[in-house]
Design a binder for this molecule. Structure first.
Ligand code: C5P
Length: 440
């Protein structure tokens, strides 16, 4: 099953559509976040089967989890209720009194959230004295991955015993998610909080994404630039950065090491992405040249200001009351994409050499998209140019792209309708991966 089968906006389905997730709760105050997580997974199209330890029931009721998952919650290995297997919600279940076997058959993953220190220790030793640990031990390892979202006090997390367990669990092929940092329920502050529901959801979606960019180092520019007139005024444009941020997320999900150079935007950094904030085109150029040295793919989606004020005043320009207005003159900004594409590694990338830098440009046009994109691809010296209609997409969640290379033109989405930037970013990443010989 594919993790993502969206075609157009009107056909949008969830990102976990077709997935069956077993959500296990062990005992911890973070159990309240499992309710939100369960709801979010269901909203993304997954079927969710909840299993709770006795300790978890001190923090969260089965009633809540059953209501949110729409399935009976299991808590005891002695429970003789027939188990509804994958694909059947209210249909006939298996009545062999073996919930520890039946619950994971056909599942796409087990997610334990919260996963307590004690539960990790149990998993490590293969203990099986209650349903959840028994079920984890009895899962078909090759088919049902186990993903843990640890949750505990900072001292418990830092304890060498816990860290040893985490290392060993990872070696055993179990995915241990990061922990959050901050205020803890006990009043202490530090590492060990369970990730928020939306973060676990994002990690889960990433987990299911084919790793078509594994080993690639992707550098992306995004957003507008800001060109100062004086310390309080400047010139910018309407780019929201959404397309570039969506590409960064899709690239990291595809296994790439991603650096995102962002102009002034108010978007959250996608999980796992290294972000470098810049303001002006000149700052963006410096950062881009520096990080391009380490990159294998460069995607320039930023709407870089073409010109900047020739002289930025050191102090605020004053309105003198005499009716005179400041006269601004402009100088041209450096072309970041062209600079990098015409570097030695950029040129190698253009001719398809393996140690080259594969550069991708964007063109935000208001008309004649194809002709403008083709001309811009040649002018910039890049193997791939992505055209879009700027005024129609700036600030929006949807877009339509035209991928232009030396020989072909491809519409995304395929039939020309608009699609979410999220979907388009995933398709663009898959397209770039295929060009580099790694089809998803
Ligand atoms: O020339 P134009 O601005 O239309 O080119 C758009 C493409 O070039 C985009 O990929 C944009 O990020 C990049 N660009 C750049 N530096 C500039 C201007 C544009 O990197 N100064």
């Amino acid at each position: 099953m594919t993790a993502f089968n969206v075609r157009t906006k009107s056909e949008l389905t969830g990102e976990l559509s077709g997935k069956h997730i077993v959500l296990g709760l062990s005992g911890g105050i973070a159990a309240y976040k499992a309710a939100e997580l369960c709801r979010a997974m269901v909203k993304e199209g997954a079927t969710v089967q909840v299993v709770m330890t006795e300790a978890a029931e001190h923090f969260m009721t089965k009633v809540t989890m059953q209501a949110l998952s729409g399935r009976q919650v299991f808590g005891s290995q002695w429970d003789d209720t027939p188990v509804n297997v994958v694909g059947s919600v209210n249909g006939e279940g298996i009545a062999n009194n073996m919930p520890h076997i039946n619950l994971t058959r056909g599942a796409d993953a087990i997610v334990i959230a919260p996963c307590s220190a004690d539960f990790m220790a149990k998993l490590l030793h293969g203990r099986a004295d209650e349903l959840l640990s028994l079920m984890c031990l009895a899962r078909p390892i090759a088919e049902v991955p186990l993903i843990l979202a640890p949750a505990m006090n900072r001292e418990m997390w830092a304890n060498p015993a816990t860290q040893r367990n985490v290392a060993q669990l990872k070696q055993d092929g179990i995915t241990v998610l990061e922990v959050g940092e901050g205020d803890q329920a006990c009043g202490e502050v530090g590492d060990g909080r369970m990730l928020e529901a939306d973060e676990i959801l994002a990690d889960l979606i990433a987990f299911f994404t084919p790793k078509s960019l594994l080993g690639q180092k992707v550098l992306i520019t995004a957003g507008p630039t800001y060109e100062a007139i004086d310390p309080v005024r400047g010139i910018t444009n309407l780019s929201s950065g959404k397309m570039g941020f969506a590409i960064a997320r899709a690239a990291v999900e595809a296994g790439a090491d991603v650096t995102l150079i962002a102009g002034p935007v108010s978007l959250p950094t996608p999980r796992g992405v290294k972000r470098v904030d810049v303001k002006s085109a000149q700052n963006m150029l410096l950062a881009s040249v520096k990080y391009a040295n380490y990159a294998t793919i460069f995607i320039a989606s930023a709407a870089v200001a073409d010109w900047r004020p020739a002289n930025s005043a050191d102090h605020k320009l004053k309105k003198e009351g005499s009716g005179t207005v400041p006269q601004l003159s402009f100088v041209e900004n450096p072309d970041i994409l062209a600079t990098i594409a015409q570097s030695e590694r950029g040129k190698k990338g253009l001719s398809g050499m393996p140690d080259g830098l594969f550069c991708v440009g964007f063109a935000a046009e208001s008309q004649d998209l194809l002709a403008n994109a083709q001309a811009k691809r040649i002018r910039k010296g890049v193997p791939l140019l992505v055209g879009n209609i700027g005024p129609a997409t700036f600030g929006q969640d949807d877009n339509a792209l035209l991928l232009v290379d030396a020989k072909t033109v491809k519409e995304l989405p395929e039939h020309g309708h608009a699609a979410s930037k999220r979907y388009l970013a995933q398709q663009l990443v898959a397209d770039i991966a295929a060009r580099l010989g790694h089809p998803a």
